[in-house]
Ligand binder design. Structure first.
Ligand code: TXA
Ligand code: MG
Length: 370
């Protein structure tokens, strides 16, 4: 059931969470499937509902009042006594600059956090969402909430309440409607080791450069986020002893085959279209084409004997924010349509910042599944 986020409905959802039930929760990144973070039964329900393998750890969401390492230790989420001076300083700077917001910090965990939340890892992913409905729900529930993206495992992340209903509507009772997500891509995940080593575990809206400026320290890469297969988790260890399980190569995937183009749409020609083994093609553009551009694509499609070319643009002008916001909804819409094969233009400015995060999601969405 999709609920307006009135205070009565937020109270209802908070009560359900306190009973160990799950709630679809809007955040500024993507919608989450929330459950009590310190209750192993609720956590087990999250994995079961998502059909998620338990090697993939969850992100624990906290309310605004928890904005600082002492507060997180009071909530019995982190093992602050194991942090070096450097780890404390860097984590506090990052929290002060980016919380609430789209940054997950992976920190040495307290023994009170159930192994199920962290897949047995000695660290826990923590995030303070800035969406007002998420904050209201966290405050009403009076406890931290574990919330993975509210999609079935390996599928496209939801950015509207209706997407959550499509994915999990037959399995959960409450979905709070907070409107379309402002950012549209999952949070940046940054590992902070006990020694203060910083490792980028998942790219997101907050870029490596911003993280380095705020933390006043270098941010390393996690090699495993660029390797691995759909079936096996990437369990390689970083120097800080952090792993990034869950960053499997095939993720955010539509049910239809998605080909990531190496060139933008103006370079598509009839020979290429003709070589595709499908009659109805979906094409996702980063920026909308001109009327002449659209006409050219349609005439190429006819020339190459296709029945349909369904074109969808992720932004009017190529703005990275707009592309990120519309990416999952655009992929989902093409996937739900009658195209048999999907094509996608490459992300603009793929090398850094939000462009890097968009390129990462496109690469995973188009990875071959085994
Ligand atoms: O934006 C977001 O982060 C969304 C919203 C709902 O907050 N949540 C989300 O959760 O994307 P999920 O479960 O789809 O992504 C969790 C990922 C894991 O797959 C893993 O890559 C990383 O976060 N992660 C969590 N805890 C970790 C840990 N202890 N060590 C390493 N990576 C961790
Ligand atoms: Mg996810």
């Amino acid at each position: 059931m999709i609920l307006e986020p009135s205070s009565a409905n937020i109270a209802l959802a908070a009560e359900a969470l306190r009973r160990g039930e799950l709630v679809g929760m809007p955040t500024e990144t993507v919608y989450g499937l929330a459950g009590a973070a310190l209750d192993p039964t609720a956590l087990a329900r999250i994995f079961e509902t998502k059909e998620r393998p338990t090697f993939d750890p969850l992100i624990v969401h906290v309310e605004r009042a928890a904005r600082g390492l002492d507060k997180l230790a009071e909530l019995r989420l982190i093992a602050l006594e194991t942090f070096s001076e450097q780890a404390r300083k860097r984590a506090e700077r990052l929290i002060a600059a980016f919380w609430p917001g789209p940054l997950t910090l992976v920190l040495p965990k307290s023994p009170s956090v159930p192994d199920l939340a962290t897949s047995g890892l000695p660290s826990v992913g923590l995030r303070m969402p800035r969406h007002p409905v998420a904050q209201a729900l966290l405050a009403a529930a009076r406890m931290p909430l574990a919330a993975p993206s509210a999609n079935r495992f390996g599928r496209i992340s939801p950015t509207t309440a209706r997407h959550v209903e499509t994915e999990l509507g037959d399995r959960i009772d409450f979905i709070l409607d907070g409107g379309p997500c402002e950012i549209g891509l999952e949070s940046t995940v940054l590992g902070v080791g006990a020694d203060g080593t910083l490792t980028l575990l998942r790219p997101g809206a907050i870029s490596r450069i911003e993280l380095e400026q705020v933390a006043q320290a270098p941010v390393g890469s996690h090699a495993a986020s660029h390797a691995g297969s759909a079936a096996a988790p990437a369990h390689a260890q970083t120097p800080a002893g952090l792993a990034a399980p869950g960053m499997t190569e095939s993720h955010y995937a539509p049910s239809k085959t998605l080909l990531l183009l190496s060139n933008p749409a103006p370079l598509i020609d009839a020979a290429f279209l003709k070589s595709l083994p499908a009659l109805r093609i979906g094409l996702l553009l980063m920026a909308d084409a001109s009327p002449e551009g659209h006409a050219r694509l349609q005439s190429l499609a006819r020339e190459s004997g296709k029945e349909a070319l369904n074109v969808r643009a992720l932004s009017a002008t190529g703005s990275l924010r707009e592309i990120a916001r519309n990416l999952f909804a655009g992929l989902r819409a093409l996937d739900e349509g009658d195209s048999e094969l999907l094509l996608c233009e490459p992300s603009p400015e793929g090398a850094h910042g939000l462009g890097h995060a968009i390129a990462d999601r496109l690469r995973r969405a188009s990875a071959r599944r085994e």
